[in-house]
Design a protein around this ligand. Structure first.
Ligand code: PLP
Length: 396
């Protein structure tokens, strides 16, 4: 039997990987499954994106290799949008990297910067691509627990000196998945300062920049002075435009950093399908007509979710961004057992906090990705399970 690499052997199973199969089995048994697991809403993408895709697939040139350059119009749309939305100028050709979903770029970037003995600071709970990318690049993850104590912020001055000295990458994601936390500007300023002092590459994952409520407008990391020196920022069409399956995103950074990611990609893919880039261009250009009403739907779902889960006996904050509630469990109630039993006994899919790493224990995440009525039904089911687990003490 060929030996697996040791870096591969230590990779944990990917948390969402087994859920589709389990859902199928339950549905086959006639269970009415309510899925609040993945951050994958049930609404439609922008009609203009769908039309652009249809046109593009009928254009022979669009069906050829995109290579790293891809569709120049897509790079230009990204550049124009970054200027309009954040007031930041990025050169379309040297400072924008089209991605096959932002996950792809986030995990591939580590191949350019990590090696044995070099560390990446990884927020935990956190998006699993940070740890996957780090481990596949033979880097060493240093996990920092995101807890209410620090408002779910990574506080770099709590990290030991010998760790910081060996750190090459810091992954940050605000608005945050899964905690829904947001980062104040003075916090981001402190982080950028430390990254500059220490030559740490700040990998800023801004997948939820457009999904914010109640007047909150998430910033780009590049609004922080000095960030261009040390940061790369990732954006995604997945959540903003209900286009998770299309696999379309981008990174922006100064040419040296963008070029490093583009070079890794030149050896592992041959570019995003250009028809999808044509659709992505149309989506980005439809921001003003599409995004605000779409966010209003999420807001209605958020309010319904907060109300329903509180009424069902849970404790959670009202998030100002993302499509998630990060819901506390009673002390000592293991989140994995809660999530497994919710699926098996009640047909409800949620993510155990521990699925995002040990630092996520004590919580579970729901995505408000379906109608308020279905969310309310899921909350009732979860409340029933909470009551029965609480009644028998902690069900370990
Ligand atoms: C924090 C975060 N970053 C990145 C992504 C990846 O998005 P994409 O679909 O663009 O790969 C997700 C998806 O859930 C996410 O939650």
């Amino acid at each position: 039997m060929p030996q697996l690499a040791s870096r591969f052997k230590t990779l944990p199973a990917y948390p969402l990987a087994t859920i589709p199969q389990k859902k199928r089995e339950l549905a086959a048994r006639g269970v009415d499954v309510i899925d609040l697991g993945a951050g994958d809403a049930d609404m439609a993408p922008p009609p203009k994106a769908v039309e652009a895709l249809a046109r593009a697939v009928h254009t022979p040139a669009m069906n050829r290799y995109g290579f790293g350059l891809g569709l120049v119009a897509y790079r230009e749309a990204v550049s124009t949008w970054m200027q309009k939305r954040f007031g930041l100028r990025f050169d379309p050709l040297t400072e924008v990297v089209p991605l096959i979903g932002s996950k792809e770029g986030i995990s591939h970037l580590a191949l350019a910067y990590l090696e044995p003995g070099r560390l990446a600071i990884i927020p935990e709970p956190g998006y699993n691509a940070y740890q996957g990318g780090t481990m596949l690049a033979s880097g060493e993850p240093y996990r920092y627990a995101l807890r209410p104590r620090t408002d779910f912020l990574v506080e770099l001055d709590e990290i030991p000196e010998d760790v910081l000295r060996r750190t090459r990458l810091l992954y940050l994601n605000y608005p945050n998945n899964p905690t829904a936390a947001i980062a104040p500007v003075d916090y981001l300023e402190r982080v950028v300062r430390t990254c500059r002092e220490r030559d740490i590459l700040l990998v800023y994952d801004n997948a939820y920049s457009e999904l914010a409520f109640d007047g909150y407008v998430p910033p780009s990391i590049f609004e922080i002075e000095g960030a261009r020196e040390v940061a790369i920022e990732f954006h995604s069409l997945s959540k903003t435009y209900n286009m998770t399956g299309w696999r379309c995103g981008w990174a922006v950074a100064r040419p040296e950093l963008a070029g490093a990611l583009a070079k890794v990609k030149s050896f592992v893919d041959t570019g995003q399908f250009m028809a999808v880039q044509a659709a992505g261009t149309a989506a980005i250009e439809s921001w003003a007509e599409f995004v605000p009403p779409n966010v209003a739907i999420f807001r209605e779902r958020r309010d319904a979710a907060v109300k329903a889960f509180r009424e069902a006996g849970f404790e959670c904050e009202t998030p100002r961004a993302t499509m998630y509630l990060w819901i506390r469990l009673p002390d000592g109630m293991p989140s994995a057992i809660f999530a497994d039993r919710l699926l098996d006994e009640e047909g409800g899919v949620v993510m155990a906090g521990s699925a995002f790493g040990e630092g996520g224990e004590g919580f579970f995440r729901i995505s408000f990705i379906t109608s308020p009525a279905r969310i309310a039904e899921a909350a009732q089911r979860a409340g029933r399970l909470l009551a029965s687990m609480s009644a028998v003490g902690v069900a370990t």
